[in-house]
Write a protein that binds this ligand. Sequence first.
Ligand code: ZN
Length: 383
Amino acid sequence: MTKKKGTRTSIGDLVGALGRRAPFDLAEEWDNVGFLAGDAADELKGVVVTVNLGPEALAAAEKAGANAIVCHHPPIFKPVSKVTRSSSPYLYEALRRGIGVVALHTNFDLSSEPLSRELSATLGFPFKDFLAPRGGSALPRSARLGKFVTFVPEDKLDVVREAVCRAGAGRIGEYTQCSFSTEGEGTFFGGEAASPKTGKAGRLERVRERKLEVVFAWKSLADVIAAARAAHPYEEMAYDVLELAQPSRALGYGFVGEPGGRPTGHLAFDKVLDNVKETFQLRSVTVAGPGMSKPDMKVGRLAFSPGSGSSFVGAACAKGVDVYLCGEVGYHQMLEARQKGLTLVLLGHGYSERFFVETVAGWCESEAAAPVKKIFETVHENF
Ligand SMILES: [Zn+2]
């Protein structure tokens, strides 16, 4: 979007800009992200960024005259059969006041490598890898790459290549119009009803052809095929579509970091805890596993994932992590960690997502020609 201050921005423009920072189609299939309530055509008057759509965010929107709330946890998760004051009070209130609601959830988590790099450095364990890289079949299909292959007579190669590239194929990083072609011979035998562009129906034809290969983002599959078909000279275009294992860019949840550059290659656990509390502005955290009784334990590898960390305890163990920092896990994951010698540091779900608010508010400030307010609500408290 990137409009100059003072120009008109709609809620839809804000949604579009956020979708470019954290593509909505990256979200897990069970998730529900994007523009969830409101009127996209409304002029944007102000934005509130929050972890949850709750009373604090609504009060802040009212005070600031804001009509968009960007939240981390989707206020609509499963299909809803009604939106009444008693069934969904906060969503009802947002709709009643004409406030647009946008959710960035797993699409944000998978798009936050820059944040992970910054946070890992602040904690003293610079980024080495994602805690749970996402690629291949684990990635939503829309975030994968495909390869389009077709067979074109030599003199039409450029026409077809240009057409598919205009439809979005052939992009690799900062390069466009990337393609590869090889020479070969095609054969066909046209039936009685066929009207071949070259040769005749009713006999075996041999034609010098080029095999053209281009990568494309899976979401542009239909456009690429349509463009190729329109530009291809043959009555029947022969083509292959292959699904590639690599994602369109490096994606993953959380991070694993190591104190690189230190002569010792590790930090003492009590120092790690001090860094964590300072970074996340916490008075206390919950510790489980070996670190409970060993404050001077050497920490050579630290992992972090925001929110619920239950599903990544196994990944942290497999990556040789000493300390795994996350929002929360269940008692059974604490037992699993103890058994495997992994120390867990639990920040509390909401506190571990503090940097969602900071990051997304920054995005909104640089994209929206409207005031942006950050809300960090206290849903639970450590005493
Ligand atoms: Zn969460």
